[in-house]
Design a protein around this ligand. Sequence first.
Ligand code: FAD
Ligand code: NAG
Ligand code: NAG
Ligand code: NAG
Length: 526
Amino acid sequence: MSFVSALSLASAFLAIIPTVVAASSAKTACSLIEKQYPKQYADSVLELSDLALGVTYTDQLHAYWSQANADNIPACMFFPKTAQDIAFAVQVLNNYTDVPFAVKGGGHNPNKGFSSTKDGILIATEPNMATTTLDSNNYAHIGPGSRWIDVATALDPYNRAVVSGRLGHVGAAGLTLGGGLSFLSTEHGMTADTVVEYEIVTAQGEVTRANKNQNSDIWYALKGGGNQFAIVTEFVLETFPIGQVWGGHKIYTLDQKDALINATHNLISNYYDTKAAVIVTFSTTLDSLVDIFVVFFYYNSPAGPGPILSEFNAIPSLIDATKGPRSYKDLIDDNSQFSLDGMRYLIRTGTFPNLPGADGVDLYQNIFNSWFDLAKSYQRKQLDNYVFSLAYQPMPYTLQSASVNAPNGVNLLGLDPAHGDKVFMEYDVSWLLPTTDAAAAADLTNITQPAQNYARQKYGNSRPTHWSSGYVGTTNFNPLFMNDAMYNQDPVRSYGEETYERLRGIQRQRDPSGLFSGRTGGWKFT
Ligand SMILES: Cc1cc2nc3c(=O)[nH]c(=O)nc-3n(C[C@H](O)[C@H](O)[C@H](O)COP(=O)(O)OP(=O)(O)OC[C@H]3O[C@@H](n4cnc5c(N)ncnc54)[C@H](O)[C@@H]3O)c2cc1C
Ligand SMILES: *[C@@H]1O[C@H](CO)[C@@H](O)[C@H](O)[C@H]1NC(C)=O
Ligand SMILES: *[C@@H]1O[C@H](CO)[C@@H](O)[C@H](O)[C@H]1NC(C)=O
Ligand SMILES: *[C@@H]1O[C@H](CO)[C@@H](O)[C@H](O)[C@H]1NC(C)=O
């Protein structure tokens, strides 16, 4: 074959099967990383020359909460140790513009392709960037590969804590970039509100810092705006003094539903003590083999729960695993037992107002009952071990107020205590088989609709201070919580038009060649 015909054959081939191009340039890009960092690189489990790398590869391939992400086999994995290492990878990516990539923290985001990549370069910040140190200003310097238990373990000897995730197993990076809800949020706001500074690698592959004075646009955007602005290589968070606390979980049977819903509604309606936090969850399996409430409790005192939790504590439980005094670290570590890897999952979010009085109880009942009925019917229809769960996560005005007033906050979500108490609903589904993925996504989407329709129809017009036309998230009044959002929701748009446009402008200006917007997963700006 002549050179010319080989060339034209090749170019015809390339035009027809562009993924082949990506695969071959991915190979080249990977080899450049391997050449520079042979000890921090793996492209298969069989790293025969270095067994430890093979083990790290296998670990990271499966270190996802939802195993659907482990189906995305990357062309190679890079295990950076420093910001400079990540900058090098970005420079390589900038030279191979058809190679996809993903940055992975704790791997808890279930949306497929957000922290996993098929045939691209996976930048796994675990295990080499997972340390936390405390500086002389009492700021915690947190590596992006840290999980909250790593952070709490490092801070525990100093009797300090950050506004961390509530389950120790969850990753610090993703949670902080999505805002972050914590047991400490009623006292100090959301996790992102406490970030003093980020060390970042820009889309151009430069290591720099983002704070109030330097790269302040990126500092602003990272406080709940997601992963489309920069790669964070260190989070610098305020810490707060912490002593021994009280908490843990209790398990209740379904017949305590009315009492638990009332207690939840009463707590959110009169959240007078910011030391208290709860998450009220319910899970249901096929044939109701497991139909239980798991309520997570927290109270920031060694002396046990304050009176604000007494309505909850008067409800008879099946299992009571609360205790105190215990360390904060011990509490969030213990909660990790509820983060079960190995299944396929999706999460969806919904923000509702906490209406006063009987209306509020009525709405909470409708949220539960309409979801429960559909959960049962989907379980009978699908027969792939569907487990559905929901969670009421209080967003009382006291929490919103702490967020708005946080000295390092920017309030991207547009929270306004004057708009009243809210609840961030979280809806989960788990299943086993890849062939169920599409049905699970449709069912989780549908299961949340009846309560939204009910709320809009029955209460939409009568409570303009709580929500107006923006009930499903088109105004500032009921922003969607990014950390619990499903890929087909649009949390950034729900922050309000003005914020969205500002974030969009920053994204376009900082990433003109589309490194993030075109080549990695996440919530996009259109
Ligand atoms: C069991 C469980 C419990 C949870 N509990 C809480 C809770 O208490 N409070 C709360 O707010 N949320 C909670 N969440 C939601 C959680 O915050 C999100 O799923 C979050 O995205 C997880 O972060 P991660 O680092 O583990 O995930 P990953 O999947 O690793 O990353 C999530 C996203 O962040 C991006 N990212 C990761 N690292 C970086 C980086 N260094 N730079 C730029 N982008 C990066 C990824 O690309 C991806 O888009 C929970 C989730 C689960 C499954
Ligand atoms: C990217 O390409 C430029 C131009 O060819 C080259 O100078 C640079 O070294 C490359 N960067 C990396 C990290 O390979
Ligand atoms: C819950 O509150 C409603 C409305 O306020 C009330 O009618 C009902 O009796 C309460 N149920 C329980 C179990 O507390
Ligand atoms: C889910 O909703 C979609 C669109 O609203 C609809 O077409 C579909 O029939 C619904 N599916 C189920 C199982 O209810």
